[in-house]
Design a protein around this ligand. Sequence first.
Ligand SMILES: [Zn+2]
Ligand SMILES: [Zn+2]
Length: 93
Amino acid sequence: MFEPSRLVYRLSDGRVVEPGCLYRLRDGRWAEPWPGGCPRCGQRFGPKNMLVGSLACLQAGGIHRLHTCVRCGHVLYTPPVAPDCEHPTTRST
Ligand SMILES: [Zn+2]
Ligand SMILES: [Zn+2]
C-alpha cells in the first residue's frame, strides 16, 4: 500500500508549523507557511519555485490554498480536497 509521505509546512524563518494558519515572524510580520517541497518531483519550495493561489470552497473552511510546483506543475491543496468538497467556481450553474 502506498502511503504518501506527510507534508511538512515551514515558515520563511525555517520553523515547522501546522498548515492553514498565520504565524508571527520575529520581525513582527505575519506569514503563511508553505509545503516544504513537491511530493512528485522533490523540488524544495521557496518563493521562486512555487506559485501560490487559492480556490473558494464551501466545505474546507472557506478556501483552499494552492501551491503549484513550477518544475513539474503538480498542485498541492491546503487543506487537501475532500470528496464532499464544493467549489462554486467549478460549477456550471
Ligand atoms: Zn514538482
Ligand atoms: Zn474544497
